[in-house]
Design a protein around this ligand. Structure first.
Ligand code: GLN
Ligand code: ZN
Length: 770
């Protein structure tokens, strides 16, 4: 317990591997192509190669500076199975010896033929998604899984003393939801005292295995919670009084608080007997000495290097923060602000990028070096002056580079006036759209993408390599669009889509076609489970050189008399799923993107498109974690959406799509988007959202998803009908649309066709009862 904390560390490291090896290993196990042993071997290799990389980059192999932050699917799920925190509906997954193994783990994540998986939701203000544990009053906690011990032993055998990581007890319970069997009003946090003995037991086992440091992650403490702050503070005090009690046989405890400032919980945590406390001083400011006074011997681990974006650090600013802290605390260490799981692995993998742009970037490996560099300055003022000067030069090169600040783009945004942001009266629009579209009650539609077959993906790869001419590629995509239109006609959908075969990704596709962006080749980051995205890099002022989606949409519309929805990605989502510039307010960048999309809307209308969907699945993701910061964000984000759509004629039906069901908190903002129809996720949370809609008196068109596309499971016709019947009870039928939860891109055709057929048939049956 007295072991000193290393001076340089990171909160966590990407888990998917340089070439998405984890994705491939996990998916081939799911498909039955490889065995559990083969999956374990692949995972062990990934862990070993990460430790080797980190050591090479300057973290020490022997002193706990390397976190064991690997997971096969999700770190919250890992903690849930470690402590047997599974609700009644998953109870049968225990093995006879009381353990939860690999298949139980994946069933919780993905469901099976009989049950839905755990709900999935956004991880703080990132594009990572975690699985929401379900806890009831009688959930029997136990040490049900010991992968954490295995990882430590495996690392030790290879010569690394790694720091095991777990979600801390307060965050774990705050992120959990009440299980189905729980009575109304049950709060998982009330189970804290039942859970703590299990953490203690595990800490004891880690100590027995010789582990000297453990990392307990408490990011929920930087976000405002539904539970009053005094209750959270009491839980923190209680949890760490128990876990860090002197008498315990335990490793030293590092508590991390990534993604923002602890606020009033900082002195609370500082006053506990934990041995090290990580705080985010990239996003948050350097706390006053008075807030840190209670730390005493506890090491402050200062997260000064941004773990969440990809720009090289301003080492001068970071070093200044460290100097300030050195004057205040007794023991100081340097870290990233968050886990590096949110950034790609290595800039050196992107040789195709413009050399100047590349010189501005730091991915995970480069950030580790920044941390190690900054740690050299502790107690050694002047030691890194040359590095600080080099970092300043990088920033100067960015500021003056062509394309970063374009007069014509700035002139357009500064000329905007309030009328550019508003559409006409909703009632007038509704009447005009009814007249123009003549849709039945409970109109059916999909969210946009259809399954991306290997043929489609290979055509795109061949076109990128130059093995297909532009004309050949266009032909192949048009063939696919024709198939998708024919299928929707055959299934009986009312508003059709072209299926988005030409898009690799809903953001990257636009980034590739707009000025001011660049894209990477290997820059994957984990979104959830085995799913990864490749965020684009928004580095300069944004404009649209020419129409992007118009030819494809127009082609699709030429094949059918039914309306085809034009599909655009909204400004907030384009920002949220890209690495954004940090040298211009986000709201200003959002307006630049919005104006580019507005031009696209105008061109789609001119091409005869009557329904246009502007997806904003990420609207909630960027919502600040503190309530006091939310109004300003919602103001610019909602405005940028409105700017992108406000030029549409009254008869043009504007749709939007949001990718989550936790709706209540921002329902006013969603209403404020002024879209005619909003589709949202709802199947996995069993339509809970209709209560929010009802309570709010939502009066626009709304499509709560009736088919969970995140899992391969096919929903039965009765199941869909049941969800629809529930919806009709709470939302007037004339407002309701019927659609899946999200795009179908990641699904296969067999399950998709079956599911969509059930969806349409269920609609027809519910319609007949209206
Ligand atoms: N239109 C997109 C699609 O269908 C929306 C995806 C999303 O919401 N993430 O794929
Ligand atoms: Zn979605």
């Amino acid at each position: 317990m007295s072991s000193t904390f290393p001076t340089a560390t990171i909160v966590g490291y990407p888990r998917i591997g340089p070439r998405r090896e984890l994705k491939k290993a996990v998916e081939s196990y799911w498909a039955g192509r490889t065995s559990a042993a083969e999956l374990e071997t692949a995972a062990a290799e990934l862990r070993a190669s990460s430790y080797a990389r980190l050591t090479k980059l300057g973290l020490e192999a022997g002193n706990y500076s390397i976190p064991a932050s690997f997971s096969l699917y999700d770190q919250v799920l890992d903690t849930a199975v470690t402590f047997g925190a599974v609700s009644d509906r998953f109870k049968d997954l225990y093995d006879a010896d009381g353990s939860l193994g690999l298949d139980a783990y994946f069933t919780l994540a993905r469901g099976d033929s009989e049950r839905q998986p755990l709900e999935m939701t956004k991880w703080f203000d990132t594009n990572y998604h975690y699985l929401v544990p379900e806890i009831g009053p009688d959930t029997a906690f136990s040490l049900a899984n010991d992968w954490i011990l295995r990882d430590v032993r495996e690392a030790a055998e290879a010569g690394y003393t790694v720091r095991p990581t777990l979600i801390g007890p307060v965050t774990f319970l705050l992120l959990s939801k009440a299980a189905d069997e729980a009575p109304a009003g049950f709060n998982p946090l009330s189970r804290l005292d039942d859970l703590l003995p299990l953490y203690l037991e595990l800490l004891g086992k880690l100590a027995e295995a010789g582990v000297e440091w453990v990392q307990l992650e408490e990011p929920a403490l930087v976000a405002d919670q539904a539970v009053p702050e005094s209750e959270v503070a009491a839980a923190v005090e209680r949890a760490y009084a128990v876990l860090a009690a002197e008498a315990q046989n335990r490793p030293a405890i590092l508590v991390t608080s990534q993604y923002g400032s602890l606020g009033s919980l900082l002195p609370v945590l500082a006053g506990t007997a934990i041995d090290a406390l990580h705080i985010d001083v990239f996003k948050g400011s350097v706390p006053a000495a008075s807030e840190l006074a209670r730390l005493g011997e506890t090491t402050l681990v200062a997260g000064v290097v941004d773990g969440h974006n990809i720009w090289k650090a301003d080492l001068g600013v970071a070093a200044q923060k460290l100097t300030l802290l050195e004057g205040t605390v007794k023991n100081l260490a340097v870290s990233t602000s968050t886990s590096l799981q949110h950034v790609p692995l290595d800039v050196e993998d992107e040789q195709q990028l413009d050399a100047q742009l590349r010189s501005w970037l730091a991915f995970a490996d480069q950030k580790v070096v920044e941390v190690v560099t900054l740690a050299r300055a502790i107690g050694n003022p002047g030691a890194i002056d040359a590095d600080i000067a080099a970092a300043a030069e990088v920033l100067a090169s960015r500021a003056g580079a062509p394309g970063v600040n374009r007069a014509e783009v700035r002139a357009r945004t500064s000329a905007l006036s309030p009328s550019d942001f508003t559409r006409g009266d909703y009632a007038v629009r509704l009447a005009a759209q009814e007249e123009a579209l003549k849709l039945p009650a409970l109109p059916t539609t999909t969210i946009g993408s259809f399954p991306q077959t290997s043929e489609v993906r290979s055509a795109r790869a061949r076109a990128n390599r130059g093995d297909l001419t532009a004309e050949q590629y266009r032909q192949l995509m048009q063939d696919e669009i024709r198939r998708v239109i024919d299928l929707q006609e055959e299934l009986g959908f009312d508003v059709l889509v072209h299926g988005e075969p030409e898009r690799n990704d809903m953001v990257q596709y636009f980034a590739e076609n707009l000025d001011g962006f660049d894209v990477t080749v290997h820059g994957w980051v984990q979104s959830y489970g085995s799913r990864c995205t490749r965020p684009s890099i928004l580095w300069g002022d944004v404009s649209r050189p020419e129409p992007i989606t118009v030819p494809w949409t127009q082609f699709a519309q030429s094949l059918t008399d039914k309306p085809v929805k034009g599909m655009l990605t909204g400004p907030v989502t384009i920002l949220a799923w890209s690495f954004v510039r940090d040298d211009l307010p986000l709201g200003e960048t959002a307006n630049q993107v919005a104006l580019a999309l507005r031009d696209e809307v105008t061109d789609l209308e001119a091409a005869g498109i009557r329904v246009i969907q502007v997806d904003e699945p990420a609207l909630r993701e960027l919502l600040p974690l503190r309530r006091e910061d939310q109004a300003e964000y919602l103001e610019w984000s909602v405005n940028s959406f409105k700017l992108s759509t406000a030029s549409a004629a009254p008869a043009t039906q504007v749709h939007t799509h949001l990718c989550y069901s936790e709706f209540g908190a921002i329902i006013d903002a969603i209403d404020g988007l002024d879209a005619d129809v909003t589709s949202i996720e709802a199947a996995r949370s069993r339509m809970e959202v209709v209560h929010d809609l009802e309570a709010h008196g939502f009066r626009r068109g709304v499509g709560p998803g009736v088919y969970d596309i995140h899992s391969p499971r096919v929903p039965g016709q009765d199941e869909v009908a049941e969800l629809l019947e529930k919806a009709v009870q709470h939302v007037p039928a004339r407002q309701l649309w019927v659609n899946p939860d999200c795009g179908l891109k990641t699904r296969g055709y067999t399950e998709t066709e079956e599911s969509l057929r059930n969806l349409v048939n269920a609609t027809v049956s519910v319609r007949s009862q209206l």
